[in-house]
Design a protein around this ligand. Structure first.
Ligand SMILES: [Fe+2]
Length: 216
């Protein structure tokens, strides 16, 4: 709560979106792996993820967990842990105190799914949120040369209703290596972009578990 003079500005319902730069070695590894994956039509068919997703895009393919992918996955988990720790500390509500008191261990972070979205000009993703997870995120792997941040292709986060003097959208311009993490219930969408070339992004879902409940 910010205090100025005799006024209290109460803003308890903010949404936390985390942004971090993924280390180059992990991004480069994934670009190579995803290039091999997307070049392989048979594999793309086998690992097709489009059934459970809403995107109107060229490909949505599950990322196979191969030797080497643990590097980026461990990095993602570290970021998710920072997100969880920050929010527990920042919002030490009665609810969080209750959680701390009754769970037997510190939050354990698991990546439950990870896929790659290949977009071409005109592709888009309608407003949606992710289910069966606590956090969702993405890492940008490829952005077309000449990508114009005003010509679609940005991710828009949506919260609340549109109204005068209230921003219910937050827009992110994609950059290779940028990672964003947000609560999975937060709606988001991507307008079609217009420049030539492919846009690759690797979204993922995260589940947080606390082990046994400290019951009697
Ligand atoms: Fe999404």
């Amino acid at each position: 709560m910010k205090k100025s003079n005799n006024i209290n500005w109460i803003t308890p319902f903010e949404v936390t979106i985390m942004k971090a730069k993924c280390p180059k070695e992990h991004v480069n590894f994934m670009i190579e792996a995803v290039t091999l994956l997307l070049d392989n039509e048979i594999l793309c068919k086998e690992l097709d993820a489009s059934d459970g997703l809403v995107g109107n895009v060229t490909n949505e393919v599950h990322v196979p967990q191969l030797a080497g992918t643990e590097g980026i996955n461990n990095w993602i988990k570290e970021q998710a842990k920072k997100y969880v720790n920050r929010n527990f500390k920042k919002n030490e509500s009665e609810y969080n105190k209750y959680q701390k008191a009754y769970f037997s261990q510190e939050p354990k972070i698991s990546i439950t799914s990870e896929w790659v979205v290949r977009m071409n000009p005109g592709d888009f993703n309608p407003a949606h949120f992710h289910t069966n997870c606590h956090l969702s995120g993405l890492i940008y792997l490829k952005i077309p040369e000449g990508f114009d941040e005003d010509a679609g292709g940005n991710i828009h986060f949506l919260h609340g209703n549109p109204a005068d003097y209230y921003e219910n959208q937050y827009q992110v311009v994609p950059k290779v290596g940028d990672m964003y993490l947000w609560p999975s219930w937060l709606q988001h969408f991507v307008y079609p972009y217009k420049c030539e070339g492919e846009r690759w992004v690797m979204p993922f879902n995260i589940l947080i578990s606390h082990g046994e409940i400290k019951g009697v």
